[in-house]
Design a protein around this ligand. Structure first.
Ligand code: 6XA
Ligand code: ZN
Length: 342
């Protein structure tokens, strides 16, 4: 299996994440990639290649033009305004307020942000483009006949909506890849999101569509980020009714519970009959993840990788979250090995 990875992820390394009222070192940090790469190499899953140059068209298929422009120019506008820290907005368009884009960069960032933990820095744009490029190149490998490919993306993507960033995400790599399959002629694509968090961005992008099935297993929104989406009764709208499936689960859920949800999810995907599968792979379901509350063991990742492989679909695996840094390499590669039947 080819692994597509860009060193340019390093250009995004915010110093601060607002967490518990403090600015802490972000959980989503460059060293995450080192742990995964080390384990890939140790287990000879080392067919690693850099992506081709990013194409903007596929990004524009799932993101708003104004949002893309904002991400591109945010840092220069921020520094031109004389701000000295990283971009963390202070005000947001909430209930009964105007949804108009302000001229002021602090206001503009508040308009496009869905949360405050995700700082934008000097190199964020380039890193987000490199991450999208990795997903694009891996998608093309699968589209051209590879049974599977792994896009080792950083920053991650599943929280990014067409016009929102947050949850460490800027471009929605999985949604973009699914749309690429459709634009290349696929009739139906399924996205299986096994990250601990609900992929609100993917859900939002495809909510009224029947050609992309979104299935997510995640911490229930009453208790878990992103809090405001991911309930079981969100099933899609219009033509998309029935093509959004959420499995919210309570704190402490072990593989017994999680694996049953996965089994149900896999059956629904099978019944849908997609031409391709995109897996949003977050390994923050691990029992020791510092910001999540499921209780998966390292071996469970291998088990569920094998279950997903039994769908026998052309599969693009896209990296999302996972923060128990020493373990994320083992857990990620366990999933890949399980998937590959090893
Ligand atoms: C911020 C939590 C962000 C979670 C990001 C993530 N307190 N998403 O892992 O999958
Ligand atoms: Zn996550």
């Amino acid at each position: 299996m080819k692994v597509v990875f860009s060193e340019d992820h390093r250009k995004h390394f915010p110093q601060g994440e607002l967490s518990g009222g403090e600015l802490v070192t972000p959980f989503e940090r460059p060293s995450r990639m080192e742990y995964i790469l080390r384990e890939l190499k140790a287990r000879k899953l080392d067919d690693i290649m850099p992506p081709a140059k990013v194409a903007m068209k596929p990004i524009e298929r799932v993101h708003d033009k104004g949002y893309i422009r904002f991400l591109k120019t945010a840092w220069s506008e921020w520094t031109a305004a004389g701000f000295r820290g990283e971009i963390i907005p202070t005000g947001f368009p909430m209930r009964r307020m105007q949804l108009r884009v302000p001229r002021n960069i602090d206001g503009k960032a508040g308009y496009y942000a869905l949360a405050t933990e995700t700082a934008i820095t000097a190199g964020t744009w380039e890193a987000a483009c490199a991450s999208a490029a990795a997903a694009q190149t891996a998608q093309r490998l699968v589209a051209n006949g590879a049974p599977s490919a792994f896009a080792l993306c950083r920053p991650p993507g599943h929280h990014a909506a067409s016009d929102m960033y947050g949850g460490y995400c800027f471009f929605n790599n999985a949604a973009m890849a699914a749309q690429m399959f459709i634009d290349q002629g696929a009739s139906r694509v399924a996205i299986l999101d096994v990250d601990f968090h609900h992929g609100n961005g993917i859900q939002d992008i495809f909510y009224d569509r029947e050609d992309v099935l979104y299935v997510s297993l995640h911490g229930r929104p009453e208790d878990a980020y992103p809090y405001f989406l991911g309930y079981a009764d969100e099933t899609g709208k219009g033509k998309g009714k029935g093509f959004n499936i959420n499995y919210p689960m309570p704190p402490g859920s072990p593989y017994d519970v999680w694996g049953k949800a996965l089994e149900s999810a896999c059956r629904k995907i099978k019944r849908y009959g997609p031409d391709a599968l995109v897996v949003s792979l977050g390994v923050d379901t691990f029992k020791e993840d510092p910001i999540s509350f499921f209780k998966l063991e390292s071996e469970d990742f291998r088990t569920y990788g094998a279950r997903i492989a039994r769908l026998k679909l052309p599969t693009l695996i896209v990296m999302e979250g996972g923060y128990a840094v020493e373990a994320i390499g083992v857990n990620t590669v366990n999933m890949l090995e399980g998937f590959l039947g090893g």
